[in-house]
Design a binder for this molecule. Structure first.
Ligand SMILES: [Zn+2]
Length: 563
């Protein structure tokens, strides 16, 4: 039985701007009547100085407006694709009296003369000292732009030239593209999950990603039973959720093959009718020997499903081909997978994806290549089955606490215990109620961290129970590990203590307000190491607890239990 059609935890936006962010659904985009709503984006938000036009500090003179190369044509491509456009710009020169509002409006009129009309202009007139909620990297302008354009922040992508732009996008749950200029700092480039060489290249990639999740051809024969496959750990399974829902929308029955480490997450996914759990020795990070009898029994089981289509999801460093061979032997007629390696006759749909695409979109693009898309009204966000998530235990008190989850199955992505301990103390001192969570083998750490401020829940929950606790949090402070994706699935903002062993753009919390902390340029970058290869774990050990307190403020999470 499929019990998945709605989810109470979905897409809560940050409180301060909730009204602006709630607007918009079908009909808000400018696409032709009758064409389906785009899956990913309704709007592109653009920084002004250094992104659309050359940066002339505190410019009040229309004569000095110079578009960046290729800007007009690039913007026209976005307009032609039905995307709405807004400018989101910090203009502290207003606060400082360097130019007047009238001069600024003359500059904007000149920008529109040269670059065409924008659907909205959002300007922060404040200075850093004003402590407003709109000066980037605060997310206020992004929420306001989304509201004016009749959509939500998570359906926007923001293009800018400095870290403040990307930070504002992430803090609102929007996508952020960094187009560096000579003034962009190297650490801002390292921290950005999505970097493009210039504005036309950013636009090309936005349009490519938008197109990639749209099925190229109609599904063809209706699919009675689809087999979807996602081996590996809980986080991997959770980020594949949107793609599995897309397949479910086009199939009468969905069977999910997962591994033992992903089983608890599989139980939480909407759209799945039946689960088969079986380790795959070519995927598992600590595989046992290949047992011919186990392979024969898996093949027989796959055959018994009677699937008329199989969609095999993998990470970029995993191969779908061994399983494709078993599926062929099991008689599955249509097999789709991502494969850079030559698949011979193992695949009917051989899909390829550039590096850097968020894992949920990477999987959605494979589902699209196999003929499936999310139906209108099902946003491409992570979601959980409401009936699979138990309510949080009553003894935890009211919602609105901060969950601090220091551990990770891969120690390279865990927060160093001494850092987590200081974070717990700083959060408590700032008035936050802290719940420290972890698995049963992390109880030593959670006890130590909670002793500095907070309630120790180490070993008290399974994954579903943790999901219930996370769903009522005002924010989660966590590394790159499963609970970050549980938070995303419940629309709960994330302070991401992100070790750069894998790309943030692929594995960062998806479509949920996020602040990224940690050294993105640390030597462990892109090593995929399971345990930290660098003495002292420098990517995360340098995090100042006050940065976490500031990040929560940026996410509009206040101390004292408010949200
Ligand atoms: Zn402001």
């Amino acid at each position: 039985m499929r019990q998945d059609q709605e989810d109470p935890y979905q897409r809560r936006s940050a409180p301060v701007y909730a009204a602006a962010d709630r607007a918009g659904s079908a009909g808000s985009s400018r696409t032709t009547v009758g064409s389906p709503r785009p899956v990913l984006y309704d709007a592109v938000l653009l920084d002004r100085d250094g992104t659309l036009i050359e940066d002339v500090p505190y410019n009040g003179d229309p004569e000095k407006v110079r578009p960046v190369p290729g800007a007009r044509a690039a913007l026209d491509r976005l307009r032609a694709a039905g995307l709405r456009l807004a400018v989101v710009t910090n203009q502290s020169g207003l606060a400082r009296g360097y130019f007047t509002g009238e001069q600024m409006r003359a500059v904007h009129a000149r920008v529109e003369e040269l670059l065409g009309r924008f659907d909205a202009w959002l300007v922060c007139p404040h200075d850093d000292a004003d402590g407003c909620g709109c000066r980037k990297p605060a997310p206020g302008l992004v929420y306001a732009a989304a509201g004016e354009l009749g959509t939500t922040a998570s359906r926007c992508v923001l293009v800018g030239d400095i870290g403040r732009d990307v930070g504002a996008a992430l803090a609102a749950g929007a996508a952020g593209v960094l187009v560096p200029t000579p003034v962009t700092r190297p650490e801002e480039i390292a921290a950005a999950g999505w970097v493009a060489t210039d504005l036309p290249a950013a636009v090309d990639e936005i349009l490519r990603r938008q197109q990639a999740v749209r099925p190229a051809t109609p599904t063809g024969d209706p699919v009675r039973t689809a087999l979807v496959v996602r081996s590996d750990s809980a986080g991997d399974v959770l980020v594949t959720g949107p793609a599995i829902r897309a397949v479910a929308a086009g199939a009468q029955r969905v069977v999910l093959l997962c591994g033992p480490r992903g089983r608890a997450a599989a139980d939480l996914l909407p759209g799945v009718d039946e689960i088969i759990e079986h380790p795959l020795p070519w995927i598992d990070p600590t595989p046992g020997p290949v047992d011919p009898e186990a392979v024969r029994s898996l093949t027989a089981r796959l055959s018994a499903i009677g699937a008329d289509q199989a969609v095999v999801f993998t990470s970029f460093h995993q191969s779908a081909l061994p399983l494709a061979l078993l599926l062929r032997m099991a008689g599955v007629g249509r097999i789709a997978a991502i494969s850079d390696d030559y698949p011979g006759s193992l695949l009917d749909v051989r899909h390829r994806v550039p590096v850097g695409v968020p894992e949920p979109e990477r999987a959605l693009s494979l589902a699209a290549a196999a003929g499936h898309r999310l139906p209108d009204g099902d946003e491409p966000v992570l979601r959980l089955r409401r009936d699979a998530v138990p309510p949080r235990p009553a003894d935890l008190g009211d919602p609105g606490y901060v969950v601090l989850h220091p551990g990770s199955a891969a120690s390279s992505r865990a927060c160093p215990p001494e850092v987590a301990t200081r974070i717990a103390g700083a959060l408590t001192a700032a008035g936050h109620r802290v719940l420290v969570t972890g698995s049963s083998d992390e109880r030593d750490v959670t006890a130590r961290v909670a002793a500095a401020g907070g309630t120790d829940l180490g070993g008290r929950t399974d994954l579903a129970g943790l999901a219930g606790i996370v769903a009522d949090a005002s924010a989660v402070v966590v590394g790159n590990t499963g609970p970050a994706h549980l938070a995303a699935a419940s629309g709960v903002p994330v302070v991401s203590l992100f070790a750069p062993t894998v790309p943030f753009g692929q594995w960062g919390p998806y479509r949920v307000p996020t602040v990224r902390l940690g050294d993105a340029a640390a030597p462990c970058r892109d090593t995929r190491a399971a345990s930290c290869p660098v003495p002292g774990h420098p990517c995360l050990s340098g995090i100042d607890p006050d940065e976490v307190v500031d990040a929560l403020r940026m996410l509009a999470v206040s101390g004292g239990g408010g949200r």
